[in-house]
Design a protein around this ligand. Structure first.
Ligand code: PHE
Length: 470
């Protein structure tokens, strides 16, 4: 997970390959990219989106989006980064000097920054839930209750917690400080090693939880909700949400992959890297669905009453409270979720920090402070939007929901649209072909299809979904 191999990335010059260090191994490339991808997006946001958008219908559209758009957009973005060997803005500048394409990179930097503001809040919840699992406070008095009572216990606990202003604010601030600390030091070996252990562990844990959830009585109904698409639920807005979720969970559209790919060695096979990362990330998301929905149905919960945002923090504790040794499973789960979130926030923050560092020639520490300090304010607003500021609405949405919707459904697709248009039509001739096909025959055989998608299918689909969802 995370920025593993990137002592390099944090200190490398945006000239990347020429001056800076590269990821050393194939495993390092995959681990770093996967670390950025697997985060709250697949674990927390995906089940919530699936719940709000009709279950199976959403899953179907999401899988289609990953396959048809996610992987090709990832290829376009990594090609841009590895060819440009610079940060998000610098890569565009390098490939299109004197043109305005750098604005697309700058938009990505903005998007990444807005996303961290609300992402930190949820990461903060994770911290609190980890703490409460360790202390046992989360499960106090929950063991002997009936399923329905359990539901309301955890639900109310969550509502009370996020609505309480102070407590979530503190955990959000701790998360920001934690990130700033790690980012200021550059990324340390400790994180790299921890991540390499945590990532496989997260997979194993999710597998155990899925098996457990599948054995719950009535699990079948949940699986049906999640896996059987009700085609009447497929609307443009569901499609837009699926597209947004695809970009969110694969870390697309905001310059993360441009930045990371500038540290890919030239021996990296972009096609196999993109496919591996996309498949594994999607696998995590699907496993979360397999855990959450059978549980919801087995406990007879009213799906429409559940607030999606809180699903992971309500439903999973219910499962844990029923499992033998549940409290310790809970500790493990929230710890892994925290690490998954942390490595993703680090990759999100890195985009803007590297941007400030390189474009405004600031030291690492100064750049980190410049970018992280205002976050205390922005994230505070997002956090309070569940409490005192709940009535403050932007376009009918709370600050948190507005930022989530605006960045995910609008900014990410717009940035990704610019990337595919640029790589498909405006980058120096042969850039995409050289980057995609320089390793192996499979990539060469796939190239015509990839090129067609990047030039035509992706831009048209993104546009159609954007326009119709207005
Ligand atoms: N992909 C990561 C996640 O799902 C981090 C991320 C979020 C990256 C949003 C880009 C946009 O949590």
């Amino acid at each position: 997970m995370g920025k593993n191999t990137t002592t390099s990335s944090s200190s490398a010059s945006p000239a990347g390959g020429s001056g800076g260090a590269l990821f050393k191994t194939k495993a390092g490339v995959i681990a770093a990219t996967l670390g950025s991808a697997v985060g709250l997006g697949s674990i927390w946001r995906f089940p919530a989106e699936a719940q709000a958008n009709g279950g199976g219908a959403f899953l179907l559209l999401y899988l289609a989006c990953v396959l048809v758009l996610g992987i090709p957009v990832m290829l376009a973005e990594t090609s841009l980064g590895r060819a440009g060997r610079a940060d998000a803005v610098g890569s565009y500048m390098k490939l299109a000097p004197g043109k305005h394409w750098w604005i697309a990179g700058a938009l990505g930097v903005l998007a990444s920054y807005l996303i961290i503001s609300f992402y930190m809040v949820v990461a903060g919840w994770t911290l609190q839930y980890l703490w409460d699992s360790i202390s046992g406070a989360l499960y106090d008095g929950a063991v002997s209750e009936s399923a329905l009572a359990l539901e309301s216990t955890f639900h109310h606990r969550m509502e009370r917690y996020i609505g309480s202003d102070m407590a979530p604010l503190i955990s959000t601030f701790v998360m920001i400080a934690l990130n700033a600390g790690v980012l200021m030091m550059g990324v340390q070996k400790g994180i790299e090693r921890a991540s390499n252990i945590m990532m496989p562990l997260l997979f194993v844990l999710l597998l155990i939880f899925s098996i457990y959830a599948l054995t719950l009585p009535g699990a079948g109904e949940g699986l049906e909700f999640f896996f059987r698409p009700d085609f009447s639920k497929i609307t443009w807005s569901v499609a837009a949400n699926a597209l947004g979720q695809t970009f969110f969970s694969l870390s697309l559209g905001i310059g993360i992959l441009i930045t990371y790919a500038s540290y890919y060695p030239s021996s990296t096979n972009l096609v196999s890297t993109s496919v591996t990362v996309s498949v594994l990330t999607t696998f995590v998301a699907v496993m979360m669905g397999v855990i959450i929905f059978p549980t919801v149905f087995s406990f007879n919960l009213d799906l429409s009453q559940l607030r999606g945002t809180t699903l992971v923090f309500v439903t999973l504790p219910e499962v844990f409270s029923q499992m033998p040794g549940g409290r310790w499973w809970s500790v493990l789960f929230f710890l892994l979720l925290l690490v998954a979130a942390l490595t993703s926030t680090i990759s999100l923050s890195e985009v803007s920090i590297l941007f400030v560092q390189k474009r405004f020639r600031r030291s690492r520490v100064a750049a980190t402070l410049i970018m992280m300090c205002p976050l205390f304010l922005f994230s505070a607003l997002c956090s309070l939007s569940f409490g005192s500021l709940a009535d403050l609405k932007l376009f009918g949405l709370t600050i948190f929901n507005f930022l989530d919707t605006f960045t995910t459904n609008w900014l990410l697709p717009v940035c990704a649209f610019c990337t595919v248009i640029f790589m498909g039509w405006f980058a120096p001739r042969g850039t995409l072909r050289d980057q995609v096909t320089d390793r192996g025959t499979v990539a060469t055989r796939l190239y015509p299809a990839i090129c067609f998608i990047v030039r035509w299918v992706a831009p048209v689909l993104i546009l159609v979904i954007l326009i119709t969802s207005i």
